[in-house]
Write a protein that binds this ligand. Structure first.
Ligand SMILES: [Zn+2]
Length: 194
């Protein structure tokens, strides 16, 4: 069974994963909305259903391996890989750059699907694209749960998101929430001061 965008949004609201406030995004931008996917994915039932939409979308494509950027993408990649019965690996940050560690590798010609939880500017996914390309493997698609850019981010490969939303974000200098003096929060971390 596939969930509709409306049903997925309801799951986000129900699990407290759709946060409102003043947030620092991984991209460095600020926003009044944050999708804390981990709060949805902690429920294996929802994880299975939502990642199932991604798996279903890429079911007819020949895939050897799924790769995701740590940390947010790992659960998505692992669940999509489980449903498609594929290998799942992840790239993680070391000195600010994503790389393959733990003995993970890709081979030339291997067909790779990239998975992620939330895309705002797509920075982490673009880094994973570079990792896959530099290994000589082939990218067959990009699947992610939330497209915060409402389809504006184009990775240049077949891409699929389970929900699209035009969530507004700001460069820090132009952030109206900063101007209002609202405390900036980095989700999942301790509060940070401005
Ligand atoms: Zn701000």
């Amino acid at each position: 069974m596939s969930l509709s965008e409306k049903e997925i949004l309801e799951v986000f609201q129900k699990t407290g994963a759709l946060l409102k406030g003043h947030f620092l995004l991984t991209s460095g931008r600020h926003s009044n909305i944050y999708f804390q996917c981990a709060k949805v994915l902690q429920y294996t039932k929802y994880c299975s259903m939502i990642c199932g939409n991604i798996a279903k979308n890429f079911k007819s494509i020949k895939i050897d391996t799924i790769i995701s950027p740590a940390i947010g993408g790992i659960i998505v990649g692992q669940e999509v890989a489980r449903q498609l019965n594929k290998r799942s690996i992840f790239a993680e940050r070391e000195d600010k750059t994503l790389s393959l560690r733990r003995g993970f590798s890709l081979e030339e010609g291997e067909r790779v699907l990239i998975c992620e939880d939330v895309v705002t500017t797509g920075g982490s996914v673009f880094e994973v694209i570079d990792i896959v390309k530099s290994s000589g493997a082939e990218i067959v698609g990009i699947g992610f749960i939330v497209d915060r850019s409402n389809g504006k981010v184009n990775f240049g490969f077949s891409q699929f998101s389970t929900i699209k939303m035009d969530a507004i974000s700001f460069v820090p200098d132009e952030c109206p929430l900063c101007k209002e003096g609202i405390e900036l929060v980095k989700p999942g971390s301790r509060k940070i001061s401005k």
